[in-house]
Design a protein around this ligand. Structure first.
Ligand code: NAD
Length: 253
């Protein structure tokens, strides 16, 4: 039997590199997948690729509480339960010194990465309390150490580590496990944006600089991060909760 046969998996950031890849892998393992993102066009294409009998989508802005409530309700209406919640949507913000950082951008990063993750927990928890489940919040190596000029992002990713620990303790009596996934740079859109932010017009140089900070000498792939999500979601990690999980080629060692 496949590992996620008859399981319902809810994924935010489902149009993005990590979220869409996780959606495909969960579906291959038998899950029914609900993808959520603000980018409806890519969501639609991803669901088509996975197969409409295995996946559905809801367009939502995770920083808006009513839209979060709605995507959780739509998932219950469609599939009747939530076994796994990959609380993964995020934005990187801009690259700017802290005393020049645009305030609207600061608020946006906190609204999406912190409040969005919390709203997700808030509305998924009541459903998961019935049968237990597993929640992964995508944090980052930026949730473990600092990086200059991306203060809001670093702040937001440290915040979700704490959020995860409280949620893990509150969830344990209900057999709800909660963990974070903490990737180093991943080879996808978000890093192209950050490379351009750190070295405008010289993204390749920025990438080489980041790679030098990673002992294994390269970025992670979307698939490597998605596979960690499947591990933390599934039966092979049943005694793991409340943990921070770097997937970083040794970067934080
Ligand atoms: N790419 C990296 O190097 C890296 C490293 C560490 C952690 N992360 C984290 O991984 C997670 C997934 O990012 P990714 O690497 O797949 O990048 P990505 O940019 O490809 O995916 C992020 C997704 O989140 C969606 N999103 C953004 N704001 C949203 C909102 N308000 N409501 C709903 N959806 C929204 C985007 O549309 C996008 O599809 C993020 O939380 C990110 O911070 C990424």
């Amino acid at each position: 039997m496949r590992k996620f046969q008859d399981k319902v998996v809810l994924i935010t950031g489902g149009s993005g590199g990590i979220g869409s890849t996780a959606g495909k892998l969960f579906a291959e393992e038998g899950a029914k997948v609900m993808l959520v993102d603000i980018d409806g066009q890519t969501l639609k294409e991803t669901v088509k690729e996975i197969g409409e009998e295995k996946a559905s989508y809801v367009v939502a802005d995770v920083s808006k509480e009513d839209q979060v409530k709605n995507y959780v309700e739509k998932t219950i209406e469609k599939y009747g339960k939530i076994d796994v919640f990959f609380n993964n949507a995020g934005v990187e913000g801009k690259v700017k010194p802290l005393d020049e950082y645009p305030m609207d951008e600061f608020h946006k990063v906190i609204d999406v990465n912190v409040k969005g993750a919390y709203y997700g927990l808030r509305y998924v928890f009541p459903h998961m309390k019935k049968n237990g489940g597993s929640i992964m919040i995508t944090s980052s190596v930026a949730g473990i150490s600092g990086t200059p000029n991306v203060l809001p992002y670093v702040t937001s990713k440290h915040a979700v580590n704490g959020m995860m620990k409280s949620a893990a303790l509150e969830g344990a009596p209900y057999k709800i496990r909660v963990n974070t996934i903490n990737p180093s740079p991943v080879d996808n859109r978000m890093m192209r944006s950050l490379e351009e932010g750190f070295a405008p017009g010289q993204g390749t140089n920025a990438k080489e600089g980041f790679e030098k900070m990673i002992p294994l000498g390269r970025y992670a792939t979307n698939e490597e991060v998605a596979k960690l999500a499947l591990f933390l979601a599934g039966p092979d990690s049943e005694f793991i909760t409340g943990t921070i999980n770097p997937i970083d080629g040794g970067m934080t060692a």
